[in-house]
Ligand binder design. Sequence first.
Ligand SMILES: [Mg+2]
Length: 398
Amino acid sequence: MRSERTIIHVDMDCFYAAVERLDNPDLNGKAVIVGADPHGRGVVSACSYEARVYGVHSAMPIREAKKRCPHGVFVPVNMHRYEKMSGHIMDILNSFTDKTEQVSVDEAFLDVTECFKLFGNGAQIGRMIKERVLTQTGLVASVGVAPCKFVSKIASDLGKPDGFVVVAPDEVLTFLHPLPVGKLWGVGKQTEKLLHALNLKTIGQVHACPVEVLCAKISDSSAQFLKELAAGMDTRTVETLGEAKSMSEERTFQEDVGDKQLLRHVLLEQTDEVMRRLREENMKCRTAYLIFRNTDFTKHTRRTTLNRPTDSSNEIFACIEKLLGQEDFYGKKVRLIGMGVTHFGDDQEPQLDLFGQKKTEEVKTKSIDAARDIIAQKFGKDTLKRAALTPQADHTRP
Ligand SMILES: [Mg+2]
């Protein structure tokens, strides 16, 4: 049985390079390569289609890119700028539905199944998204519309650049089956090789292949999973911040606040409280987010995801502080500020480094956090306050 949902995948075209062009129109029509110093040892982060013609691609050593495309314009990465633009794009997507899952700085899934009455069908909403992103940011988004996540992602990719591909529920199989197996979700170079060894080159061939044959080369669960994908079945839902398990704190001010130092104090207090609760549950998190509501009552979320789960207050506050630093709140004051954590992982020991020693800094902050938690448990959570939280934070209380 196929999903009856309508999922839209939005993926910005050459995002970093496109933002650079927006800021410097001289770059239009040129081979733009965003990344490390072309004479150094870093890599390409992103490049324009004009550069791709020369075989340049992201993650390629930047020196190689310089060799292949000597006339290219090399631009350093300005992540702060891209994240800010990403926030504008996410706000546009959130104006269609709150069932939005941001996957990376320039990519998101939307479940628009329940928006038809408001905005029209999936194809119409997809068109509106493209138009709105272009008129409000000047950037081009490729859009894929399909009954499930992985098909919508393939669809947005196939249409690039300036893509718009709609796959209706009854077209899913004819859309998928001619495509190479490498397009299947989770099939990397290794699995691709194994499938090729079975003479399976297209998704249609995987679909037609008995599951026992697949099991000879790959694990039973992977085989089952690939069979489902090849049949156009992907039951993963769009995971919104609201639906995903999260822990958060918010504070509404009686008077709008523009002073960032004050907001920083409130966020520090909120982070301490949220992380104390997280540790109480023996959990760790990978994503930290900042929430703010402007004076015009629009609510915005900015988030950062770490490489590995953490339960350290300091580590999460560093993320929150960075997000706060990047934000200009659209030039307005804020009515509400908050933070939260999500993407929970198991409680694990701190990672071992190459020599099997625990990272001392991590262990140190861990024991400080543990001491704070014990005091909070014994004497109440307001007993111990960070030096940074007294006394300014108190007059922000509602
Ligand atoms: Mg992209």
